[in-house]
Design a protein around this ligand. Structure first.
Ligand code: GDP
Length: 178
């Protein structure tokens, strides 16, 4: 770890927000470790996970923060947002209310994070959409376009689109900071 540290060109803090149980922890775990944890709350108490990757021949350490359940009490602190270069706002495609609350999360982000923070909207649990979809993909895409957010549906369970969503966000952060 110490050896690798010297080779890091950039550290990107990315925060993941959204209602409780939309799959934030699982998405993060999938990207950081390519695993889906059956015991979802195994990461409680862990503030962030990292993954180091190469972007445009630079070593980028993505430091991805998890609310660790703070959102249950609407107590996501400003320290959580501080210094975030990227943010992922997650909702659950099978629960309409979680999409209705996205506006609130985006407002909270805009209030606490830097103006240049890159924001991506992710509709998680796409694997369950065939039978239980409550949020049409085109509606979410339209909303994202209006708000100037990247958008994709994804599934932390199958891994579908998770890598792509995080990479698109990190690429855009890279474009902003480099
Ligand atoms: P968080 O509270 O937003 O961090 O949500 P978790 O990551 O703890 O996930 C909440 C619940 O949704 C858990 O029971 C997960 O197993 C489940 N879950 C998370 N991601 C997916 C997904 O992509 N598909 C399905 N079907 N379930 C998921």
């Amino acid at each position: 770890e110490g050896e690798k540290e010297g080779e890091i060109d950039y550290v990107f803090k990315v925060v993941v927000v959204g209602d409780s149980a939309v799959g934030k922890t699982q998405l993060l775990g999938r990207f950081a470790k390519d695993e889906f944890f059956l015991d979802s709350k195994s990461t409680i108490g862990v503030e962030f996970q990292t993954r180091t990757l190469t972007l445009h021949r630079k070593q980028v350490k993505a430091q991805i923060w998890d609310t660790a359940g703070q959102e249950r009490y609407r107590a996501v602190t400003s320290a959580y947002y501080r210094g975030a270069l990227g943010a992922m706002v997650v909702y659950d495609v099978t629960r309409r209310a979680t999409f209705d609350h996205v506006t609130r999360w985006v407002e909270e982000l805009r209030a606490h994070a830097d103006g240049s923070t890159v924001v991506a909207l992710v509709g998680n649990k796409a694997d369950a959409a065939a039978h239980r979809r409550e949020v049409p993909a085109d509606e979410a895409a339209r909303f994202a376009e209006e708000q100037g957010l990247f958008f994709s549906e994804a599934s932390a369970l199958t891994g579908d689109n998770v890598e792509r969503a995080f990479l698109a966000l990190l690429e855009e952060v890279f474009a902003v900071v480099s």
